[in-house]
Design a protein around this ligand. Structure first.
Ligand SMILES: C[S@@+](CC[C@H](N)C(=O)[O-])C[C@H]1O[C@@H](n2cnc3c(N)ncnc32)[C@H](O)[C@@H]1O
Length: 261
């Protein structure tokens, strides 16, 4: 077993050490678990990511000799809308900077990366020349963009494959729309949350969850439950501020919502 295989088998965070990524340690290990399961279910796999920024989430795939191709789609706008109601700004966000970072991770592997500066609402699936096994959606955090990214991933996915989302605690309504879409078009799927905020959808027969490392991650999904509620708690704190609280008290009383018989 070579050292990469040992590291990924242990979900070793050092596979993320060279380029900073916006995911936390639990998320990174969940992403590594999905990568490990993908490489063990296939002879070789192709990875597509929407939203790459500095290349942090690409690095473990770049190091993986079983990953044959990496597509990175990133619109790289100066600021991007977000369901939290505040726009987010990414300074010095360029494809050239990302490739430079990735060259430092694995100088002889960067030719397997295809970069596309754009967004799925404007791209044609035919621009992706391969069938993809594993997708990661981490671009614009709006429900509309998430659904568009998901439909794009679905259209380029191999018969069996998986689509992952970061920040499920923010884009939960978009994820719900994606699941509704799958039901509407009668595509078989399995869906679950992994610590802390990675949402996974297996499409067709692609049982990532049967990999030996998943039991611990699935049993650890209490982290995701608490993470999601606690990161959204500021909204509860806001509606509990005095004037809103008084209004809610009055409305509850008026509608009789606080009475049980
Ligand atoms: C959260 S960062 C990605 C972080 C990266 N996945 C990581 O883990 O290191 C979000 C990225 O999405 C990109 N982005 C913003 N809007 C987009 C859109 N509509 N389509 C594709 N990418 C977008 C931004 O340019 C930014 O690089």
């Amino acid at each position: 077993m070579n050292s990469f295989e040992q590291s990924i088998g242990n979900l070793d965070l050092k596979l993320f050490e060279k380029i900073s990524s916006q995911s936390n340690d639990h998320d990174k290990q969940s992403l590594l678990a999905c990568q490990l399961a993908t490489r063990e279910l296939t002879d070789g796999y192709k990875y597509l990511e929407i939203g790459s920024y500095l290349g942090g989430s690409i690095q473990p795939h770049l190091l993986d000799e079983k990953c044959q191709k990496i597509y990175s789609i990133d619109k790289r706008p100066l600021s991007q809308p977000d369901e939290r109601g505040v726009d987010f700004t990414y300074l010095n966000n360029s494809t050239a900077r990302m490739i430079e970072n990735l060259r430092a991770v694995a100088p002889d592997q960067t030719e397997k990366i295809v970069t596309i500066d754009g967004e799925t609402r404007q791209l044609k699936p035919s621009e992706i020349k391969d069938k993809i096994t594993l997708c990661f959606i981490d671009g614009e955090h709006t429900d509309e963009a998430v659904l568009s990214d998901f439909k794009f991933c679905l259209s380029v996915l191999d018969e069996g494959g998986a689509i992952l989302f970061d920040d499920a605690n923010i884009i939960y309504n978009g994820i719900s729309d994606c699941l509704e879409h799958l039901k509407k078009v009668s595509i078989n799927f399995k869906a679950y949350i992994l610590p802390d905020k990675i949402f996974a959808i297996e499409i067709g027969n692609f049982p990532l969850h049967q990999n030996r490392v998943f039991l611990e991650r699935l049993l650890g999904n209490y982290h995701s439950y608490l993470f999601a509620l606690q990161t959204n708690d500021l909204y509860r704190q806001f509606v509990n501020k005095r004037p809103f609280r008084l209004y809610r008290k009055l409305m509850t009383k008026f509608k009789g919502l606080n009475k049980f018989e």
